[in-house]
Design a protein around this ligand. Structure first.
Ligand code: PMP
Length: 298
């Protein structure tokens, strides 16, 4: 397992900065037993000017609040205070390129009755600057994404990630790098921890909100396409549509923009280097470090 912390690491816990090795969590917590909690995955980057910048900090902390509200989890926290504390936490841990993990968790409660309080922790650890230069082999998963009639699928709830873990482990056990999950209607939905796009004849397609976690990176990709005059369309489609695409990619805070080599061993029509998708990848890479990006048409 990765080393997320050592003896010196500081984390944020309910308004205080404490040593990670000394922080305590209640083993009777409802979150630990039932997966009833919400969290975020955020990244900070050292920008071109040398500053530390949390990418889309407000959007992430607002989603954390919406996730809590969707699940009826008390959220007595203030977004701007949390952002300030996260910057302080990065400073205390001497990190610029980092992954940031806020978690809102529930008190001891073995019943299903609502709580009157919540707790919050924020952990940070080092993350390499850009992961996604290689292309990945993707497999259509036999597992579907959770049914939105059974879960608040737009919430980033801890319990949802049991689905992500089993799908991802299954794909890796079968020799692929990541899984692609359908929704309960058989349309393509997303990866265990990222959204997906494909490119066909100069248009970029992605599933609409409803059966996916609508990612903040997904929104940034759509925004980049608007800026670069690349047409985008949200629609339902099947894996066969993706297999006849020119290119495809996943996007998410951790994954950033990562191109696919193949889906179920079927390769794409365009070389990644010649695709619009790669231009989007480059534009995203520039955006997170606040570097100006100039569109050089392929
Ligand atoms: N879908 C799922 C299931 C995810 O876990 C994530 C990562 N949070 C995403 C999509 C991408 O979301 P974001 O771009 O906000 O990280």
């Amino acid at each position: 397992m990765a080393a997320y912390y050592d003896d010196k690491t500081i984390l944020y816990l309910n308004g205080q900065f404490v040593k990670a090795s000394q922080a305590k969590v209640d083993l009777y917590s409802q979150t630990l037993h039932y997966g009833y909690g919400v969290f975020e995955g955020i990244r900070s980057y050292r920008t071109d000017s040398g500053e530390t910048k949390i990418f889309e900090a407000l959007a992430h902390f607002e989603r954390l609040k919406r996730s809590a509200e969707a699940l009826n989890i008390p959220y007595p926290f203030c977004g701007s205070d949390l952002i300030e504390s996260t910057y302080e936490l990065l400073r205390q841990n001497n990190l610029q390129d980092a992954y940031i993990r806020p978690l809102v968790f529930s008190p001891a409660n073995m019943s299903f009755a609502p709580n009157t309080e919540s707790f919050i922790s924020i952990e940070v650890w080092k993350m390499a600057k850009f992961l996604g230069d290689k292309l990945i082999k993707v497999m259509t998963s036999p597992f579907e994404r959770p049914n939105p009639k059974a879960f608040k699928i737009e919430a980033k709830a801890t319990g949802h990630y049991v689905n992500s873990i089993i799908a991802s482990q299954d794909a890796k056990a079968k020799g692929y790098e990541e899984a692609l999950l359908n929704d309960m209607n058989g349309f393509v939905a997303e990866a265990p921890g990222a959204n997906m796009f494909y490119e066909k004849d100069g248009i970029i397609f992605t599933p609409p909100p409803g059966n996916i976690l609508p990612g903040i990176t997904r929104a940034a990709v759509i925004d980049i396409c608007h800026e670069l005059d690349i047409p985008t369309e949200e629609k339902f489609f099947k894996t066969d549509d993706v297999k006849s695409a020119d290119a495809a990619f996943f996007c998410g805070t951790a994954a950033e923009v990562i191109g696919w080599q193949s889906l179920d061993d079927v390769s794409f029509k365009k070389n990644w280097e010649d695709s619009l998708s790669r231009i989007i990848q480059e534009a995203y890479k520039a955006r997170v470090i606040e570097r100006e990006f100039r569109f050089a048409p392929v």
